[in-house]
Design a protein around this ligand. Structure first.
Ligand SMILES: [Zn+2]
Length: 374
């Protein structure tokens, strides 16, 4: 079944060659899959691939599973839920403002409620959900599934998000760090398609990152990799205290909240739409403030380019939606501080999916779970 899904169009003879199993064993196994409607046959034209003498052979293709997947994205102040088919096409989607950091249980309940409403709008029942994946905006220990730094999300103390969500959804729910899902979303549907080595940055209230190395997400020994927001800036030995207990961290200098504050300081209205406005280049002062934030982030990313030589840096989150001024700042510092060859090798761009990278990443992972893990 794995080979048929992966190759999308193989003959029984191909399967026999690829698995080393006898033709009769393959014929029997394929008949079982046909009986279960898991695969379908496309009859080949004469002379086509796999066509030879004797009985015409047929291409075997996987039938998409009948059902849907659910992706959930918890931000610090919002919950997003999407219901999609197993190809990743979103059928229904909703994002609501929720105090996620402060009220863990309420946020989990809200996500389950939104999923139920979306499913009923689509005329679907819970039994048609094949898999559920959720992103959590905090360091998530992959061994225990628990949040490692409760100072970051005080309302989640003693909660195990995967267990709680599994209870609410009545089925196993898999959880990931939000930046990892952002990377997955951009890799499957967005700006990182075709990239095997890249860094995804979620720059919103905090700064998180996900590393994709050699085509796979690199999580580290406990799943805590990518905490780039807690890199101490070299000129910040007397810097502000950070929520992690250190001082002078990147997050104490760069975040969507701090950029909005600086805008207010210079008399600009800092509303939700400021970042898209910066992207449009509508206001030079806004652009300058966003570019400055990009330069500071880029200083940290320059070192990372020397370490890892990525082909891409994908900037997501609210600051990512500020577009070109943010990219320009990051680019400037990478050019100035990274090794020239490493700087030249890396493309800096914004997330193509905008603020939906994490939610669509949850959908992508849930699709993979439905198709390959079950
Ligand atoms: Zn910190």
């Amino acid at each position: 079944m794995d080979i048929i899904r992966r190759e999308s169009g193989v003959t029984r003879a191909d399967l026999s060659l690829m698995t080393g199993l006898s033709r009769s064993a393959i014929a029997e196994a394929v008949q079982d899959l046909l009986n279960d409607h898991l695969v379908a046959e496309d009859v080949l034209e004469p002379g086509g691939k796999g066509a030879g003498r004797g009985r015409p052979s047929a291409l075997l293709v996987a039938t998409p599973p009948r059902g849907v997947v659910v992706g959930v994205d918890f931000g610090h102040d919002h919950v997003g839920v999407a219901v999609a088919d197993t190809e990743g096409t979103v059928l229904a989607e909703q994002t609501s403002a929720v105090n996620v950091d402060g009220q863990g249980r309420a946020a989990l309940d809200a996500a389950a409620g939104m999923a139920s409403r979306l499913l009923s709008q689509l005329g679907l029942g819970r039994d048609q959900v094949l898999s559920v994946a959720a992103g959590i905006p905090a360091p998530l220990d992959v061994q225990s599934n628990r949040i490692r730094a409760v100072s970051i999300m005080p309302g989640w103390t003693r909660l195990n998000p995967a267990d709680e969500l599994s209870g609410l959804f009545g089925r196993r729910v898999i959880t990931f760090n939000d930046a990892e899902l952002g990377a997955q979303g951009e890799m499957r549907f967005g700006a990182a398609r075709g990239l095997r080595d890249f860094v995804y940055i979620k720059a919103s209230e905090g700064i998180g990152a996900s590393l994709v190395l050699n085509g796979s997400v690199y999580r580290g020994s406990l799943g805590l990799s990518g905490e780039i927001g807690h890199t101490r800036l070299s000129d910040q030995s007397q810097g502000l205290w950070c929520r992690c207990g250190n001082r002078g961290c990147l997050e104490t200098v760069v975040s969507s909240v701090l950029v909005a504050e600086r805008m207010r300081e210079v008399g600009l209205v800092a509303a939700d739409e400021i970042f898209p406005l910066a992207a449009a280049g509508a206001d030079p002062v806004t652009s300058a403030i966003v570019t400055e934030a990009g330069r500071t982030l880029g200083r940290v990313l320059a070192d990372l380019c020397n370490w890892l030589n990525p082909a891409g840096v994908v900037l997501g989150g609210a600051l990512g939606s500020a577009g070109q001024p943010f990219v320009d700042g990051v680019r400037e510092s990478i050019n100035r501080y990274a090794h020239p060859s490493a700087a030249e090798a890396v493309e800096v761009k914004t997330a193509q999916l905008g603020l939906r990278s994490e939610l669509l990443g949850a959908v992508a992972v849930a699709c993979h779970e439905a198709l390959y893990v079950g």
